[in-house]
Design a protein around this ligand. Structure first.
Ligand SMILES: [Zn+2]
Length: 273
């Protein structure tokens, strides 16, 4: 159920361990390469939160339907459309807004019409409940040298490979590790189940695919060391105050396997979660 009051806040942390080199292009080249990876000002590469969130969402979209959830696919080529795109629904929502319907009624309408993925990850009508920070390199990872690979130039007119065009791109080495921080607010048990589906899937080796050129094996990895912490705003005020003012990293943590088991309602934690 959508609500404007804050009910809970989940902190999901983990580590992305790359198994193959990663290319997330910055859209720019430099003297050493045609396509450099995205970097912070300090020179360290990172994975943009928006990019990771996209992978999280599409992982859920691929599986949620088979597990009995209602989901759309933002990838239009799949032919599946979110109910929110339905013109009649859009019209109905705008009409309700125009006649100054109470917020409670508008939220009820969204609850009825939005698919389960859009309820958690946002749609043109409702904001996202899931926020993903940029994933920085783990502090103990040091990348001394740049990795440049030869690619295949693409003919802009025909879209086909053009052998004689020289093109290269930079990759982040295969053994790099990134810190993942996700915050979910007002997550319902359904939102948590969807997150559990993605966390379970991404913890399997090679099932997490980030960045570009993944079809040729780049950007494969897995999520490790997942932990979940929570602030329950319905708890005793003294406890809530303590949790809000203190460092959330010191809150009691639940392991990723237990989180998946609890929210997918399985008897055993799926291996290797
Ligand atoms: Zn949707």
């Amino acid at each position: 159920m959508f609500t404007s009051r804050l009910l809970n806040r989940y902190f999901i942390t983990g580590e992305v361990a790359l198994k193959t080199p990663l290319h997330i292009g910055s859209g720019k080249g430099d003297v050493e390469t045609d396509s450099a990876v995205v970097r912070y000002l300090n020179g360290n590469p990172y994975v943009p939160g928006s990019s990771f969130k996209g992978v999280l969402r599409s992982t859920i979209e691929r599986l949620a339907g088979a597990l009995g959830y209602r989901t759309c696919c933002l990838d239009e080529s799949s032919g599946s459309k979110c109910p929110t795109v339905d013109e009649e629904v859009q019209k109905g929502y705008l009409e309700m807004q125009e006649r100054g319907e109470r917020e409670e009624k508008l939220l009820e309408f969204l609850d009825k019409h939005l698919c389960d993925t859009c309820k958690a990850f946002g749609s043109p009508f409702a904001g996202s409940k899931v926020f993903v920070d940029d994933l920085g390199l783990k502090p103990d990872v040091h990348l001394d040298k740049r990795e440049i690979r030869d690619g295949v130039g693409i003919d802009r007119d025909t879209g086909t490979a053009k052998g004689r065009v020289k093109f290269d791109y930079e990759t982040v080495p295969a053994d790099a590790r990134f810190q993942m921080n996700i915050v979910a607010e007002n997550a319902t048990s359904q939102d948590l189940s969807l997150l559990a589906i993605a966390l379970c899937e991404m913890q399997r080796e090679g099932n997490l695919r980030l960045g570009g050129i993944t079809s040729r094996g780049l950007g494969w990895g897995q999520l490790v060391d997942v932990q979940v912490r929570k602030i329950d705003f319905n708890g005793p005020p003294a406890v809530v105050r303590e949790a809000l003012l203190g460092d959330w990293r010191t809150l009691p943590a639940e392991g990723g396997a237990d989180f998946v088991k609890e929210h997918l309602k399985t008897k055993e934690a799926p291996k290797p979660c």
